[in-house]
Design a protein around this ligand. Structure first.
Ligand SMILES: NC(=O)c1ccc[n+]([C@@H]2O[C@H](COP(=O)([O-])OP(=O)(O)OC[C@H]3O[C@@H](n4cnc5c(N)ncnc54)[C@H](O)[C@@H]3O)[C@@H](O)[C@H]2O)c1
Length: 245
């Protein structure tokens, strides 16, 4: 492997929204990007955009709950230095209507698949390796989607535990906890964009790029001594308590 060869970043869920923005941002930092998503069309579109901008990239279409497929993804990622666990699902259910199956499905994708990918990646990441997980501001409490809240609280706790276990290997593990960011995922929210916007202290909703900047920081040498942290990026909505949620 030539020392001039780009280091690789895997971004799960990079076929849309926040993951696509992170893919663009890390590509601009010089990483070769593996776009890992179960949505073939979205993944192809991200690859098309990155290639048009002159970046090295390829798509791997997979479901992150398929451990054999994620192992093959990791095995095939030459010069891997960054894993961004961004793929996730969201839906709303009043507590009384939630089922154990709703909980299991949310956990399988948002938490168990993330654990598996972290374990697989940690076995091959070099010193200076980076794992960046997508939690959510909702991890600290929100109404009408307790299963999502619980899965993201799990991501936050897991990130801290893993940071301690991988510190000796000089691998950092951090999480980003976005507030309301305008992506397809918001279509699940009953409030509508305007209803969400007016709850923001700045009067502005978040953009995927706001999260991508945080990911770029955690991936960079500047964050060498930062691990086990959960960075809330929500335009200040959570400052002063959770009343707005
Ligand atoms: N948008 C927000 O307001 C917001 C807020 C807090 C946290 N987040 C988190 O940020 C992350 C990205 O969210 P987004 O808003 O970009 O959502 P999105 O729905 O636009 O994108 C999610 C992507 O993940 C992929 N994906 C879902 N399940 C998958 C699976 N099993 N295997 C492979 N790919 C899968 C989807 O195909 C999609 O491309 C998620 O983890 C989400 O929970 C989003």
């Amino acid at each position: 492997m030539s020392s001039l060869e780009a280091e690789t970043a895997i971004v799960t869920g990079a076929g849309s929204g926040i993951g696509r923005a992170i893919a663009h941002r890390l590509a601009a930092e010089g990483f070769a990007i593996i776009v890992a998503d179960r949505a073939a069309e979205g993944a192809a579109e991200t690859v098309r955009q990155l290639e048009a901008a002159g970046h090295k990239t390829r798509a791997v279409v997979l479901d992150i709950t398929d451990a054999a497929a994620t192992q093959a993804l990791i095995n095939g990622a030459e010069n891997l230095r960054v894993l961004v666990n961004n793929a996730g699902i969201f839906n709303t259910r009043a507590f009384d209507e939630l089922t154990a199956d709703d909980f299991r499905k949310m956990y399988e994708i948002n938490l168990v698949a993330m654990f598996t990918m972290c374990q697989q990646a940690a076995r091959v990441l070099p010193e200076g390796g980076r794992i960046i997980n997508l939690a959510s501001r909702a991890a600290f409490g929100a109404r009408n989607y307790a299963h999502y809240v619980a899965s993201k609280a799990g991501v936050a706790g897991f990130t801290k535990a893993l940071a301690l276990e991988l510190a000796e290997k000089q691998i950092t593990v951090n999480a980003i906890a976005p507030g309301v960011i305008v992506t397809d995922m918001l279509l699940e929210r009953a409030e509508g964009l305007e209803g969400l916007r007016v709850q923001q202290p700045s009067g502005k909703l978040g953009k995927p790029e706001h999260i991508a900047h945080a990911a770029a920081f955690f991936a960079s040498p500047l964050a060498e001594y930062v691990t086990g942290q959960i960075l809330i990026v929500d335009g200040g909505r959570s400052v002063g308590g959770t009343a707005a949620f």
